[in-house]
Write a protein that binds this ligand. Sequence first.
Ligand code: 5GP
Ligand code: MG
Ligand code: MG
Length: 183
Amino acid sequence: MRAADIASDLTDVLVTEEQIHTRLDEVAAQVAADYDGKDLVLVGVLKGAVMVMADFARALPTLVPMDWMAVSSYGASTKSSGVVQIRKDLDTDLHGKHVLIVEDIIDSGLTLSWLLENFASRGAASIEVFALLRKPEAAKVVIDCKYVGFDIPNDFVVGYGLDYAEKYRNLRDVAVLAPHVYS
Ligand code: 5GP
Ligand code: MG
Ligand code: MG
C-alpha cells in the first residue's frame, strides 16, 4: 500500500512512535525496580503485542525470558465476542514465576479477564499486566492493570501491532481507523 492510500484509511494519529518509546522507557524503569531480584517472565499475547513486547523487553536493563500465547476473540470484526479460544499455549511452566502479561490494548477487558483466570491455576508467584493502550470507556469488566502506557478514547485503532483484518500492524504510530474502512 502506498503512503497516500494508507493515510486515507486513517483519521487521527493518537500516539506517535516517539511517544511510545519514551513511555516504554518509563514503564521499563518502573518494572525493573519493582521486579529487582525476582524471577520475572514476560508473556506476550499474539499477535497484537509483538511490537510492544519487542521494544519493551529491549528497554529493560536485565535479561528476561519471553513467552507467547495466542488467543482469539475477535476475528475480522471490530467488537470483542467475549468467547476466547487458546490457539497456542505457553511453552513455559509458570510455577513460582513472577509473570508480567504484555498486551497491546485493553478494550472490553473480556480477553484479559479470561486470561487472568486461566493463569491463576498455573501456580505463578504473581501475575500483573502491562497494557500499552487502554480504553477506559469501553470496559465491560474491571481489570487490575498495574502498568498502562496510554489511556485512549473509545475508537478503533490500528498500528504498532494492532490490525484490522491482519492489515496495518506494521504502521509505526497508533492511529484511528477511518470508519469507512470497516462500515
Ligand atoms: P478486549 O477483550 O479487551 O475487548 O480486546 C481483546 C483484543 O481485541 C485486544 O487484545 C486487541 O487485539 C483487540 N482490540 C481491542 N480493541 C482494539 C482496537 O481498537 N483496535 C484493534 N486493532 N484491535 C483491538
Ligand atoms: Mg491483544
Ligand atoms: Mg486483531
